[in-house]
Ligand binder design. Structure first.
Ligand SMILES: Nc1ncnc2c1ncn2[C@@H]1O[C@H](COP(=O)(O)OP(=O)(O)OP(=O)(O)O)[C@@H](O)[C@H]1O
Ligand SMILES: O=c1ccn([C@@H]2O[C@H](COP(=O)(O)O)[C@@H](O)[C@H]2O)c(=O)[nH]1
Ligand SMILES: [Mg+2]
Length: 227
């Protein structure tokens, strides 16, 4: 029987955190090989990073369609949580509006739950880790290490243009919040990408190109993972 130690988080109403450890039994989880996943290693973890609007979600959809990974966007997980009866709903909406990063404890709890629930054990983790605190939580609490980091590089001008034209009703796609999100990205997330570059995990992709060309580069990066 396979088991793994994972951290779990408790938070009280005044946002104080404590972490305890529970042993999660994996015996009940099916190691299903989804269609398209046959050539990838079991439990592959791919981090998908890049500025807001760089096309992370767009390319993750393409990857899922072609290769069958489980796509987990932490921004979307937070949105779902905010729209539920969660006690953190207001906090999440406020942080998103300000383009600020939520405490790692909240994000990893949602991520852990989604990973445990997924039958497909190859993960595309979109938009995480995006600061040093996230990175430490991923390594020390979740005990996950990416097999590969896809880094979508794009200019600030193009990111801003795309976000202003996205038209998906996102409350943070307005110029004031976009400026704040970009600042957080440059200050907090680029150092995370540098960290994984030092570890030789990063595959940098020119995300300024049309969607189809970006996907060709993505396929090339994924081919390095195949066993
Ligand atoms: N290569 C591309 N060229 C032009 N437009 C693109 C490209 N990739 C994505 N887009 C468009 O840019 C917008 C942002 O894309 P997407 O939502 O995939 O970005 P994201 O990185 O997930 O952003 P966020 O971090 O805000 O979630 C969408 O309207 C999408 O259709
Ligand atoms: O790991 C995360 C992911 C997201 N956030 C907050 O959500 C918004 C939107 O995220 P997208 O990935 O662009 O959808 C982001 O600006 C943060 O406020 C987070 O805190 N942590
Ligand atoms: Mg996205």
């Amino acid at each position: 029987m396979k088991s793994r130690m994972m951290g779990w988080i408790h938070m009280d109403a005044s946002y104080h955190f404590s972490i305890s450890f529970i042993e999660l039994k994996h015996s009940g989880f099916q190691q299903t090989r989804a269609k398209g996943m046959e050539n990838f290693p079991n439990e592959a973890v791919i981090y998908v990073l890049g500025g807001p609007g760089s096309g992370k979600g767009t390319q993750c959809s393409n990857i899922v369609e072609n290769f069958g990974f489980c796509h987990l966007s932490t921004g979307e997980l937070l949105e779902v949580e905010a729209n539920s009866t969660s006690e953190y709903g207001t906090m999440i909406q406020e942080f998103k509006k300000e383009g600020k990063l939520l405490p790692s404890e909240i994000v990893i709890k949602l991520l852990q739950k989604a990973m445990e629930k997924s039958e497909v054990k190859g993960f595309l983790i979109d938009g995480f880790p995006r600061n040093q605190e996230n990175l430490t939580a991923a390594e020390d609490i979740m005990k996950i290490e990416p097999d590969l980091v896809l880094y979508f590089e794009c200019t600030e001008e193009e990111l801003t243009r795309r976000l202003l034209n996205r038209n998906q009703g996102r409350a943070d796609d307005n110029i004031d919040t976009i400026k704040k999100r970009l600042q957080v990205y440059f200050e907090c997330t680029l150092p995370v990408i540098d960290y994984y570059t030092q570890k030789d995990k990063v595959h940098k992709i020119d995300a300024e190109k049309p969607v189809e060309e970006v996907f060709e580069a993505v396929k090339c990066a994924l081919s390095m993972l195949k066993g």
